[in-house]
Write a protein that binds this ligand. Structure first.
Ligand code: SF4
Length: 408
């Protein structure tokens, strides 16, 4: 799947933010932004480390005053990921951030509007090999462009980026990525589609001011995922009104779901549960998420409510557990390897997950309890004989309909 996604992606020009490549077929990256005061060096670094652990490849910090720029000078050498300075209104803060050693700048064309100032920043950035993101935002669009297009339309957002790109090109600056964010999802999608047709620069995707989860997560995913599915986008940011760790985690999980990044941590899947469930699937899935999430093992793990359909439906998962007749049936790639009492389901899952990561699938399949498959099959058969086979629903429904339509 990863290869198919890579083939479909639009190949843009590659730039580097520090040692992280963006565009040109490089893996799509995750970005997030700190919410601490940048002058608070320890607090900001703690958040940067948390963001990196959650999946952020690049972190942006505001650089809105001299103390923030001084903070950046201390943060950059200690950060585990490249740092981008977020600049609004004051070009001198961009120059100060460059002096602090940041690996990227984000300029908002809507509020740094003097051509000479933009060119001065670009020249300084060029001398240092620091890339710039032209970060157009529907909410702070250049006033003249807004007037000309009669609003923050997709065409207006792209035009604002095009004007800014022209200023940067004039001084021979080419290390540019572009974003054309809007909080309205259809506007954002159309703006990025147009940007992708217009520029060969890498695109930074985001739905701006998406709001708090879960609605914010849905909005951001609707916009970002639609574009990624079309092969558009080189780096992404979820703009949530939440702990930024949630942004980084969501970004990483979206890319893993698309097969655009290798799985770095746990992917817990669970059946939605139904009347056939032999356990409280929601409760067991939550307990498994808590236990396994702490270890963050790079596995797809399934929690299935019944042994009748569970192991088959989740046969693609690395590891899973299905309930039946007060027991847990542990399976690896659909093969039953162990049967444990229901009360031990979660500890057994955790134990097997750790062994699986340490020893590998083949070794764990070879170490399977030889009687487990037969025991699971017996439990499965007993449940089917008690309640019927869900795989034969269609036949049963036909019989029900015939019975219901009888005259007497
Ligand atoms: Fe229902 Fe079993 Fe499927 Fe879960 S695995 S949805 S309990 S049939």
């Amino acid at each position: 799947m990863a290869d198919e996604q890579t083939k479909k992606r639009k190949i843009t020009k590659q730039i580097h933010v520090g040692d992280v490549p963006i565009g040109g077929g490089a893996p799509v990256t995750v970005q997030s932004m700190t919410t601490t005061k940048t002058a608070d060096v320890d607090g900001t670094l703690a958040q940067i480390y948390a963001l990196a652990a959650a999946g952020a490849d690049i972190v942006r910090c505001t650089c809105n005053e001299e103390e923030a720029a001084e903070g950046l000078a201390r943060i950059v050498p200690r950060s585990p990921v490249p740092i981008v300075a977020d600049i609004h209104f004051q070009q001198k803060m961009a120059l100060a951030a460059l002096e602090a050693g940041v690996q990227g700048l984000r300029l908002n064309p809507g509020n740094i509007r003097k051509e000479a100032e933009i060119k001065q920043v670009a020249s300084e950035a060029k001398d240092r090999g620091v890339p710039i993101r032209i970060g157009v935002n529907a909410g702070s669009l250049d006033k003249d462009v807004y007037k000309r297009f009669g609003g923050a339309t997709p065409e207006a957002l792209v035009e604002s980026a095009r004007i800014e790109l022209g200023y940067l090109s004039d001084v021979g600056f080419r290390d540019v990525k572009i974003s054309v964010k809007a909080s309205n999802v259809p506007t954002m999608i159309d703006a990025y589609r147009l940007a992708s047709e217009t520029f060969d620069n890498p695109l930074h995707l985001g739905v701006t001011e998406a709001g708090p989860p879960p609605a914010g997560l849905l909005k951001a995913t609707a916009g970002i995922a639609t574009l990624l599915a079309e092969g558009i986008g080189d780096t992404i940011r979820y703009s949530l009104t939440a702990d930024p760790v949630e942004e980084a985690r969501a970004g990483r999980q979206l890319l893993e779901a698309f097969g655009l990044r290798e799985r770095k941590g746990l992917d817990l899947i669970a059946c939605p549960s139904c009347g056939r469930a032999e356990i409280d699937v929601i409760g067991v899935a939550k307990a498994a998420q808590d236990a396994l999430g702490e270890r963050n093992l790079p596995l797809q793990v399934a929690v299935m409510g019944c042994v009748v359909n569970g192991p088959g439906e989740a046969r693609e998962a690395d590891l899973g557990i299905a309930a039946g007749r007060k027991k847990g049936h542990l399976f690896i790639k659909g093969n039953i390897v162990r049967v444990v009492p229901e009360s031990e389901m979660v500890p057994a899952l955790l134990d097997e997950a750790e062994r699986l990561v340490a020893e590998g699938i083949e070794a764990r399949l070879a170490a399977a309890d030889s009687s487990a498959a037969a025991e699971a099959e017996a439990d499965r058969a007993a449940l089917i004989s008690d309640r019927g086979d869900a795989n034969h629903d269609a036949q049963r429904i036909e019989l029900v309909r015939r019975a219901a339509s009888r005259d007497n």
